[in-house]
Ligand binder design. Structure first.
Ligand code: ADP
Ligand code: ZN
Length: 434
């Protein structure tokens, strides 16, 4: 049930000693090989010798996404290109894409991180792994592929696309594990229903879903519709890809692979390090990577960390479900809104499909919010009155949860776009006027 028990269940003292040693080595390497880090550290008057333990981390400068854009494509690489065996790029959800490079050892570390995630989900070499994350420059597909292969699973590299074919493969090949975005998992369930295939005809035991924020309500929906255990997995291209953190059977937070990544929570406005348990921006430092080792990378993901004892026995710190990126956070009439809050409200009420779109605009200098919500095919045949009741109920629930009013528009089943990758939940028209 553990991939590497000795490490995953080690004591905090042992972890800190390992992290401190690895951090010092990494800082020395990046100082020597990455001009941006040498320059930033020189400006701060910090020498590599000053970084001896995890406590010294705060002396180091932050790294921002903009730094990766400014040094595009290879400026942050810490080894010569002949050592790099693979390139990946961020999917470019927000702005210009960035490029990352892996040495052979980095790929090995990455597979290890994903093998841990799969093992925690209950997978063994007897299982069949259906990978529906995209293959290519996106890290999802090849990342989990590497982990599953390392674990000895039978890997089915399906990638994205052709949903009906995916369902036939799931059924015919007898896949027992799957990975994809949570929104695609729902789309698979929806398509399965249309094809008249019951969940009892597929053998999926568990799925690893990530690459975008999703709620507990969405988890229940996926578990119910696909008849599997849905686990969260987190990662980002800049740090390594999927497998930075993963859920265990407790399903209440993701253990961060702390022997490879040191995590901090900071106040996104002041940069101040916050105590464990505070909500803030998650910051990672890579301490084993060779090709692209970032120090104090500002993820812009907002989450809470907790080192409370976990019943699974793993001692690595847990990251509670991230609410989303600070870039996804909308400020509507001064109120902070995450699309995931709306998702939560909708799924709690029921009767609507988990497909929704927040349309934000500015009319006469006032922000407006319209929430388009897809109704289920069952609801579609209901009376006008019951639809009106539904719309009113959503309006009230949204207002009491978010603290702002919204126009609710119920739309026909299947009228909002489906996605194979990360779902788009926001259309912010205010940007068009700026
Ligand atoms: P891009 O930045 O282009 O979207 P990535 O695929 O590297 O490319 O995206 C990583 C981001 O995806 C993370 O920083 C985070 O915002 C989001 N993400 C990944 N996994 C999860 C997860 N399990 N829960 C919430 N958000 C996630
Ligand atoms: Zn656990």
């Amino acid at each position: 049930m553990y991939w590497n028990k000795e490490v995953e269940c080690c004591s905090l003292d042992a972890l800190r000693a390992l992290q401190s040693y690895r951090l010092a080595q990494t800082v020395k390497r990046v100082y020597e090989n990455v001009p941006l880090y040498r320059q930033r550290m020189d400006e701060l008057g910090v020498k590599p010798e000053d970084i001896r333990s995890v406590d010294d981390l705060k002396k180091l400068p932050f790294t921002y996404k903009q730094d990766l854009r400014d040094t595009y494509p290879y400026g942050m690489f810490a080894v010569p290109m002949k050592e790099i065996v693979r390139l990946h790029a961020s999917s470019g959800t927000t702005g210009k894409q960035i490029v990352v490079g892996y040495t052979r050892n980095d790929l090995d570390v990455w597979s290890d991180c994903c093998a841990r995630a799969l093992t925690a989900a209950g997978a063994t070499k007897h299982d069949l792994m259906h990978v529906s994350y995209g293959y290519g420059l996106f890290t999802g597909g090849l990342g989990l592929h590497g982990g599953a292969e390392k674990l000895g699973m039978t890997v089915i590299p399906v990638s994205t696309g052709n949903t009906a074919r995916q369902i036939n493969i799931l059924r015919d090949f007898g896949s027992t594990f799957i990975c994809c975005t949570p929104s695609y998992a729902l789309f698979l369930a929806e398509t399965m229903k249309e094809m008249g295939i019951d969940k009892s005809e597929i053998k999926l035991k568990a799925g690893l879903f990530g690459a975008e924020p999703w709620t507990e309500e969405m988890r229940r929906e996926i578990e119910d519709k696909l008849g599997l255990k849905a686990l969260d997995i987190y990662g980002l291209t800049e740090i390594i890809g999927p497998g930075v953190a993963f859920e265990c059977e407790e399903q209440n937070g993701m253990h961060i692979n702390e022997d490879h990544f040191i995590v901090e929570t900071i106040d996104p406005d002041t940069g101040e390090v916050l105590p464990e348990g505070s909500q803030g921006e998650t910051v990672f430092s890579c301490i084993t990577k060779e090709g692209f080792p970032l120090l104090r990378y500002r993820t812009r993901d907002i989450a809470v960390l907790s080192r409370e004892k976990c019943s699974c026995g793993r001692t690595f710190i847990k990251m509670k479900k991230p609410a989303g990126r600070s870039d996804d956070m909308l400020i509507i009439r001064g109120v902070n809104v995450f699309p995931s809050q709306v998702e939560s409200v909708l799924l709690q009420l029921g009767n609507t499909a988990p497909y929704y779109l927040l349309v934000v605009d500015r009319v006469n200098n006032t922000d407006t919010l319209e929430i388009k919500v897809e109704i289920t095919p069952e609801m579609f045949s209901d009376t006008v009155k019951s639809l009106e009741d539904q719309s009113r109920a959503i309006k009230q629930a949204v207002e009491s949860t978010l603290g702002i009013s919204a126009k609710i528009t119920l739309v026909e089943p299947k009228s909002l776009p489906r996605t194979e990758g990360k779902a788009v939940h926001v259309q912010d028209n205010r940007k068009l006027h700026d």
